[in-house]
Design a protein around this ligand. Structure first.
Ligand code: ASP
Ligand code: MG
Length: 424
């Protein structure tokens, strides 16, 4: 009998029928004797709807008032789920973030959780009630309602699991686990039984939608085991935990990709000190995030600097750079706003960066795909390629690195057509 936190996202609670299904699931776990804290998101696209409502009323709402509004989404779900549980004879009690003791700082709309006092939750559990907690919200030191940023319910769940010392934090969602690649791109993608925290952090940071990166980070720091499971299908899902990857185990766990990238190159900059700072400074000031960066010195002694930014920042970045490039007497500035970034991830990368890089280059060359940029990190190798090659590149790499084959356990967890939703 375990102490569990189960988090249900918006797609799991879109309608009264969905909420009834979640209640069935929670009640079944209670029947087995588990003690359960449920964390829920707002129903379906409710948070978007509330945001639009605010915009229509005042295009620049005060962040405090926006939080009061947005928090109602989750507040509706906790009440409805508690009602659905009671209807099934399962004792339950709803908790807003404040009632659950979730204290945050005062940064409205993207507050950070500072502490959790789980006394009230523990009391409910001791009274054999299911505690149903609103995700995504908390309260600051002055009693103001806060929200912790879009997709924040995962973080609420992990933080609560840490605070009550739960055995596991289960993220119940519309996919049945973490896959070696997005099954919509790679039909042979395989569900992983297990993945390490650091590998999951790389995948979620690269745009895998299964787990919010902040939640993975929190789970890593507080050593909370997390399990990604399907709300709608049975199965053990994927366990994300701290077990060090077996050095003899698989080289790679997955391929992540992100198509929303752009690349900018400033060429022929006369060699002088502080070029990087001169070019990046204005971008940093404008809150534009730069990802991969490559600097080369040409035979004429002049310097080329290339880097990627998010596609949405491309125009702004280009405008700022043209100005700086002029000041530095650079020869030209060129840009490509149809770039995709592909990363191969796995603890095994540590063993041989050169091995992974050479294979990756070989595979892409074999498909006639130019690598625009390449970078390595501890357990990841990333390349930037033209967006039109994204699917081809991901499939070829998945195949070449044999990610469709389970190496250690021999378990055959191939996905079926029923679950071709976005996993990685
Ligand atoms: N309802 C919030 C959102 O849509 C929080 C969450 O779903 O995690 O961003
Ligand atoms: Mg949501």
């Amino acid at each position: 009998m375990a102490l569990l936190v189960q988090k249900y996202g918006g797609t799991s609670v879109t309608s009264p029928e969905h909420i009834g299904h979640v209640a069935d699931r929670v009640a079944a776990a209670r029947q087995l004797g588990h003690r359960i804290v449920v964390v829920v998101s707002a129903m379906g696209e409710e948070t978007d709807r509330l945001n639009a409502l605010a915009q229509a009323t005042n295009p620049a709402p005060r962040p405090r008032e926006l939080d009061v509004l947005l928090a109602t989404g989750e507040q509706a779900t906790i009440a409805l789920l508690a009602m659905a549980l009671e209807r099934r004879g399962c004792a339950a009690r709803s908790f807003t973030g404040a009632q659950a003791g979730i204290r945050t700082d005062a940064t409205h709309n993207r507050a950070r959780i500072e502490s959790i006092d789980p006394t009230a939750i523990r009391e409910a559990l001791a009274n054999k009630q299911v505690a149903v907690v609103a995700g995504f919200q908390g309260v600051d030191a002055n009693g103001n309602i806060t929200t912790i940023g879009r997709g924040g319910s995962d973080t609420t769940a992990v933080a609560l699991a840490a605070a009550i010392g739960a055995d596991e934090c289960q993220i119940c969602t519309d996919v049945d686990g973490v896959y070696t690649a997005d099954p919509r791109i790679v039909p042979a993608a395989r569900r992983l039984d297990r993945i390490s925290m650091e590998e999951m952090l790389e995948l979620s940071g690269m745009g895998s939608k299964v787990l919010h990166p902040r939640a993975v980070e929190y789970a890593g720091r507080h050593r909370v085991p997390v399990r990604v499971v399907s709300t709608f299908m049975s199965g053990d899902g994927t366990l994300v935990d701290h077990q060090q990857s077996d050095m003899e185990g698989p080289q790679l766990v997955g391929i992540a990709c992100n198509r929303d990238e752009a690349m900018i190159t400033v060429s022929g900059i006369p060699d002088q000190s502080g070029i990087g700072a001169a070019l990046m400074g204005p971008l940093a000031d404008a809150n534009i995030d730069v990802d991969m960066v490559v600097q080369n010195q040409g035979q004429d002694g002049r310097i080329d600097l290339s880097f990627t930014v998010q596609r949405g920042d491309h125009d702004r970045a280009l405008r700022r750079l043209r100005q700086t490039a002029d000041e530095l007497s650079a020869r030209s500035v060129s840009a490509n706003d149809k770039i995709a970034k592909i990363s191969v991830v796995g603890a095994g990368v540590r063993r041989s960066h050169a091995g992974v890089v050479s294979k990756l280059c070989q595979v892409l060359a074999g498909e006639g795909i130019d690598i625009r940029m390449l970078s390595t990190a501890e357990i990841k190798v990333s390349v930037a390629v033209d967006e039109k090659y994204l699917e081809l590149a991901v499939r070829a790499l998945h195949d070449a690195f044999q990610l469709d084959r389970a190496e250690d356990t021999g378990s055959e967890d191939r996905h079926t057509d029923a679950d071709t939703k976005s996993a990685v």
